[in-house]
Design a protein around this ligand. Sequence first.
Ligand code: TRP
Length: 329
Amino acid sequence: MSKKVILSGIQSTGKLTLGNYLGAIDNWVHMQEEYDCYYMIANLHTLTVRNNPEELKNNTLKILATYIAAGLNPEKNTLFIQSQVKEHAELGWILDCYTYMGELSRMTQFKDKSAKHADNINAGLFTYPALMAADILLYQADLVPVGEDQRQHLEITRDLAERFNKIYGKTFVVPEAYVRKESARIMGLQDPTSKMSKSATNPNDVIFVEDEPEIILKKFKKAVTDSENKVKFDPENKPGVSNLMQIYASITGKTMEEIENEFEGKGYGDFKMTVANSVIDKLKPVQEKYKQILEDKEYLEKIYTKGAENARKIAAKTLEDVKNKIGIL
Ligand code: TRP
């Protein structure tokens, strides 16, 4: 039996965070044996907000370097840049014509981003989910590892696939969201009630994958906790402490109970130091490899060129089928 297909991606806005790393990339590494994996850098999606062009280029390569440094083997996974497989934009347009304004208006990400970028509520921001559906459907993906915040986009992808299949006969695999139970949802260190975000206004809210050890230590020391001074997992009443536990758990594989016991009778100072050090140790080898890879632009070019070639083989086949069915010459 052939392996199940996985596709996922990360936008190339800003630097990667500990949330991206623990919540996504680190999990992907465990899937590379069992599945046929496609991981892209969603640079077209990034255009829905304003970017500095040089930064956008650099960020795209930085994410690719992080994928590899984190352990995604380019021989086993197809690692590619979305814009280099033109089929994404093409199927994206076609799917726009099968997506209703009503369903797009209900997307919470659209509402959130419109509120945040009130001066640039562009059409791309609105049709974002149709392009994301194209990303997924082109590869006939079975599973899409995503965070909670992308679930709604996965739903619309499934609806689009079913809608299309119903009109034209079986064309797309209807994908499933793959939200792993153990996979961490990392929250901000300053505002533990919202997801750790690249675009946080408070720089102490977010740990970047490239942060130096001293910076990581400093940010953890400043992390918001509570006045109880008791390490206990209770996301509702103790969101700060629970988030730190979540980070520690996903790095060490320990259960919440084990962590509670480990810090029984110890203060938050100790606890924060231990968590910070676990993050520093986990990121250290990734950072070293990342720096090496990022300097080797030729190597990176080789990887993304080959990745795009591989991806295109599958994507072109799907697009051809779609065009035939809808009558596009
Ligand atoms: N929208 C996703 C995010 O912001 C990124 C993304 C784009 C994606 N295309 C995708 C994720 C396809 C999974 C599958 O996190």
